[in-house]
Design a protein around this ligand. Sequence first.
Ligand SMILES: NC(=O)c1ccc[n+]([C@@H]2O[C@H](COP(=O)([O-])OP(=O)(O)OC[C@H]3O[C@@H](n4cnc5c(N)ncnc54)[C@H](OP(=O)(O)O)[C@@H]3O)[C@@H](O)[C@H]2O)c1
Length: 318
Amino acid sequence: MENTKNPTLNHAVRYDQFGHRDVLYIDELPLPSPKAGEVQVKIKTAGINPGEASIREGLMAKQFPSTFPSGQGADFAGVVTSVGIGVTKFSAGDEVLGFTEERNGQAEYIAVKADQLVARPANVSWEAAGGLFIVGSTAYAAVKAVNIKKGETLIVSGAAGGVGSIVVQLAKKQGANVIGLASEPHHQWLKDHGIVPLAYGDNNEATIKAALNGKKADAFIDTSGKGYVELAIKLGIPADRIDTVIDFEAAGKYKVKTDGSSAAGTVQVLEELAEMVNDGELEIAIAKTYPLNQVKEAYEELEKRHTHGKIILVASAN
Ligand SMILES: NC(=O)c1ccc[n+]([C@@H]2O[C@H](COP(=O)([O-])OP(=O)(O)OC[C@H]3O[C@@H](n4cnc5c(N)ncnc54)[C@H](OP(=O)(O)O)[C@@H]3O)[C@@H](O)[C@H]2O)c1
């Protein structure tokens, strides 16, 4: 797929109507020119996120309206190829990671505001860089929302997923005891990161109570939905120490928090997270990579909803 033959074109993920991932295709677009304050980036890697699938299916049309043809993708990493008027922070050749609010990150090239980019630290892999923004800012916001303190016990559902795997590490870094609900193939990774893994199933309440051994949990972060907010309330956790990034119906019913990427989606938070990765304090687990033109296959895997860490699209290898 890489655009070596005609570098005046930009191969980009598009769709023309709501629907199943089969509506996705790769279009050939003109190269995006950076306007004042913008930077053109040749994208190496881009993240995929479950929310994009929901938007594409039209399930979030009220909150996030679409116009067609639509692009896709919020997080990416790559190399600056040119800069618009007034940009002094970056120049051609700089390696960057960043985010876009224009749904155009899954492409070979992007023109994006310079203040939505940070320099890629040397020890942050291209794969980790391209998928950091959405899951990282969401996890950051969720951990902050439940105000977790040293010695407290936090329970996390979806603990090995894109968001969950960062939540558990950030909470651990703050000195919390963390219990992570995940399927068994992901338990070893959780143990390796100091998390107590628990398999979910038909009786999560009993499983969690047994693990707590008579103690009370202090906070709950739900990245999975499927009744975990109600369970957290049943476990006696105060509503203001429960955060769900997915179950907004239950959040309304039980008045729990819903802080996610919009509560922490800033370039400052991205920079902080990238530094943690660079310093070896935060691991971004990479489940699988796909070339950009296999975007449907990438979402097929993501939509199984058992990803450990991130699935990444590779737009350009050099
Ligand atoms: N509000 C926001 O700002 C925001 C931002 C980003 C994401 N989100 C939402 O947050 C959710 C998670 O996103 P993500 O990127 O982390 O997704 P993901 O990478 O697909 O992870 C989902 C995880 O859920 C686990 N899981 C599946 N069924 C489960 C169950 N019954 N109980 C416990 N865990 C279960 C899976 O692991 P196992 O194989 O171990 O089961 C998987 O690791 C999505 O619904 C997404 O739309 C919201």
